[in-house]
Design a protein around this ligand. Structure first.
Ligand code: PMP
Length: 302
């Protein structure tokens, strides 16, 4: 239960970029009439900065503009200005290594669903220090469970739209917590593995790297794309294919990918031990390669 202190927002002095201005977090307010709040009408991005450089800025900008375009939401600033605003926010908070949350809402308007009932979209950017998981977890890995909540049908709303309505994922996250896990894997409407509540999932089987395809109704994560490229560079056969829960149970290695989690080894799924029950050889290689990217030692553009 939240006790009023937020581990993702250490300190009380964050500066937030809101519609062109840097303001103190206590003054960063959106209206109760904002359709982002009333209807989940908007899009967001989770981004990281490492050593003062925004990681995969282009890919994140592409996704947020494409997602907004797909829901007929015109972001009031251009990509370059958006990027500059992110750097301005990092600077205002004196942050070199940070988690960045960029949000575009439909804006305040009359009650009623139609976007024409709103005036102007709102953009805000929050940056904060983040270490999501303790370092030892990257060696030890973590257990996950399968959620009974299936991933949204991709024909209802594309998972590529990272919308402000995350209830589908939140329902699965609640299941994870109730089962004593931090993440849950979600299956799709066909019973195939989709993704976790806030991460993509990979399995290693007989030296091959498998991950569900976009058609499984997953968000094509930026970290996922980086890992696929790192796998190809290591000449690992990479395969985007539908997987069953059984495929995960019998995999040699399994891991999650996401902006916050980076690459997190999975040791157990539904209490079945995966591989040796700790980080696998291929996962370790990819994690080292990934960290080399975040340190700017290898350049991967996705
Ligand atoms: N799937 C979902 C549902 C997500 O919300 C996210 C982002 N947290 C991911 C996958 C991973 O995407 P990325 O690597 O771009 O952070």
């Amino acid at each position: 239960m939240w006790n009023g202190s937020n581990p993702y927002l250490p300190g009380t002095d964050l500066k937030v970029w809101l519609d062109g201005k840097i303001v103190h977090m206590n003054d960063a307010k959106v209206s109760v009439f904002d359709h982002g709040l009333l209807y989940g009408d908007g899009v967001f991005e989770g981004i990281r900065a490492y050593n003062g450089k925004v990681f995969q800025m282009e890919a994140h900008m592409r996704r947020v503009y494409e997602g907004a375009g797909a829901i007929c939401l015109k972001i009031p600033i251009g990509k370059e200005e958006f990027g500059k605003a992110i750097y301005d926010t990092l600077r205002a908070n004196n942050l070199q290594n940070a988690y960045i949350r960029a949000v575009v809402t439909r804006g305040a308007g009359y009650l009623g669903l139609h976007p024409a009932k709103t005036a102007n979209p709102s953009v805000f950017i929050i940056t904060c220090a983040l270490s999501l998981y303790p370092l030892e977890l990257y060696e030890k890995g973590m257990p996950i469970v399968t959620a009974s909540t299936i991933r949204n049908h991709p024909h209802a709303l594309s998972a590529q739209v990272k919308s402000l309505n995350y209830l589908n994922n939140i329902m699965a996250q609640i299941e994870a917590t109730q089962a004593g896990a931090v993440e849950a894997v979600m299956l799709n409407h066909q019973g195939y593995v989709a993704e976790c509540t806030g991460d993509n999932i990979f399995a290693v089987r007989k030296g091959e790297l498998w991950t569900p395809p976009a058609s499984a109704g997953i968000l094509e994560g930026v970290t996922r794309a980086v890992v696929l490229e790192l796998g190809r560079r290591r000449r690992i056969p990479v395969c985007e294919k539908n997987m069953t829960r059984h495929d995960l149970y019998v995999s040699d290695e399994c891991f999650l990918t996401g902006t916050g989690a980076e690459i997190m080894p999975i040791t157990h799924i539904d209490q079945r031990q995966i591989g040796c029950g700790k980080i696998g050889v291929m996962t370790k290689q990819l994690l080292e390669d990934f960290w080399a990217c975040t340190r700017g030692e290898t350049d991967v553009q996705v």
